[in-house]
Structure formats: structure tokens, C-alpha cells
Design a protein. Structure first.
Length: 236
């Protein structure tokens, strides 16, 4: 398990982060949140007065800055953008919206995909995003595509935001999720879709612990070494 690559894809709010983190811990692999990299770039863009909708300026920024994912002593993920700790800054609705807008630019995606592939080249990883199985790691040993209804994903996202003190109505979160889905699925560069050989797991009726357990079973089935028949000596 130490050298395998697990690709976890799916739309916003489907529980990719919880699932990927749990898999990484279970199988002793490095966890990579590619969405955090796009969020960090969007935060840096806004801080520098660049609109995430500006393709040319966003691509230039991606070539000029660095975004690193680090794990502290406790194993918690830290996101460092251009030398600054952006771990908290990227977990806002504004950062999520900015990531959705900046990620549609092909030149931005080219730069970030290069960073992501380099991480996977050096480590066994669980990498989550929206184009991991189709673009970033098309030869990953296990590809999982998580899906759930927009309403269920909105309920999960609303609970997550409430835990951080952000109050939004369920109706607003549903609208945001549906808009994000439309951008992710309709973009020209690396649209959101399952890889042809991905296992699709519908999580609408699953609690997160059930979701993690179900995906763990899928991964184990995909990467388990083949059973070799035992050779027995004929009895004399």
C-alpha cells in the first residue's frame, strides 16, 4: 500500500476531504487536497488585486508564486501560499467561489497539475479533486468518483460552515453548489466527470463513516494483491 496512488474525485460537498483523509490514515499514504491549492491561488489573486476571472493574470500568478501543502507534527494539513500560512483563509465561501472561477483557466490548471504530479511521483498518495482520475493521475491504481444529490451535499456543507461559525441558509448553499457543479462540469479544461475505469460511489444515503467504510472496501478490492493458490505436496 505504501506506493499506491488513490484518486478521489467528485463534486463540491460530497465528502471528498473526509474520505481521502481517512483513506490516507488507514493505508499510510500522503494526503493531497488539490482543491486547497486552487483555493490558495484564488486567495493570493484577490490579495494582489487580480480577478479570478482574468485568465492571463491568473496564469501569470500561478507561474510566479508557490503553493505548498505541509503536515504539522499532529498530521494536520497546512497550506502555504507564497510563504504565507493560508490554512484558515482558504476555508471560506469566498475562497471556494474564487477557486471555482480561477480553476477554469487551462494555463492555471497546467501549472497546478504539474505540482500535483510531482507530489505523487515522490510519494504514495491519496489525492482528491475533480480531475485526478481523468487528468492528474490517469494511471492511478484506484480511482473513486463520489456523488450525491445537490440537496444532501448542501446539508453537509451547511453543517461544515456552521461549525466554523458561518451562517448561511440551506437554499443559498444549494444554489452555490448547483452553480459550482455547472462551472465544474461545463469548463473546457478538465471538466468534472468520472474516469472511464473509476468506481462510482453514490453517497446520498450514507453517513460519512459509512461512506468511508464503503470506499475503503472498494480500494482494498482494487489494490489487493492477487491470491496465489497454495501448492500442496501430493500425499504418498
Amino acid at each position: 500500500m505504501k506506493t499506491i496512488r488513490i484518486a478521489i474525485d467528485g463534486p463540491a460537498g460530497v465528502g471528498k476531504t473526509t474520505t481521502a483523509k481517512s483513506l490516507a490514515e488507514r493505508f499510510g499514504l500522503l494526503y493531497i487536497d488539490t482543491g486547497a491549492m486552487y483555493r490558495a491561488l484564488a486567495v493570493l489573486a484577490v490579495a494582489k488585486g487580480i480577478s479570478p476571472d482574468d485568465a492571463e493574470a491568473s496564469a501569470l500568478l500561478a507561474r510566479q508564486v508557490t503553493v505548498r501543502l505541509e503536515h504539522d507534527a499532529s498530521g494536520a494539513l497546512k497550506v502555504i501560499g507564497d510563504g504565507k500560512d493560508l490554512t484558515s483563509a482558504i476555508r471560506t465561501p469566498e475562497a471556494s467561489d474564487g477557486a471555482s472561477r480561477i480553476s477554469v483557466h487551462p494555463d492555471v490548471r497546467t501549472q497546478l497539475v504539474a505540482w500535483q504530479r510531482e507530489l505523487a511521483r515522490k510519494n504514495g498518495v491519496v489525492m482528491e479533486g475533480r480531475d485526478i482520475g481523468t487528468v492528474v493521475l490517469p494511471d492511478a491504481e484506484a480511482k473513486i468518483f463520489l456523488t450525491a444529490s445537490a440537496e444532501e451535499r448542501a446539508r453537509r456543507r451547511q453543517r461544515e460552515l456552521a461549525a466554523r461559525g458561518v451562517r448561511v441558509t440551506l437554499e443559498q448553499v444549494v444554489r452555490d453548489i448547483e452553480e459550482r457543479d455547472a462551472r465544474d462540469r461545463g469548463r473546457e479544461a478538465s471538466p468534472l466527470r468520472p474516469a472511464p475505469d473509476a468506481v462510482v460511489v453514490d453517497c446520498t444515503a450514507l453517513e460519512l463513516n459509512e461512506q468511508v467504510a464503503a470506499v475503503s472496501r472498494v480500494v482494498e478490492a482494487l489494490v489487493a494483491p492477487p491470491q496465489t493458490a497454495r501448492r500442496t505436496r501430493p500425499s504418498s
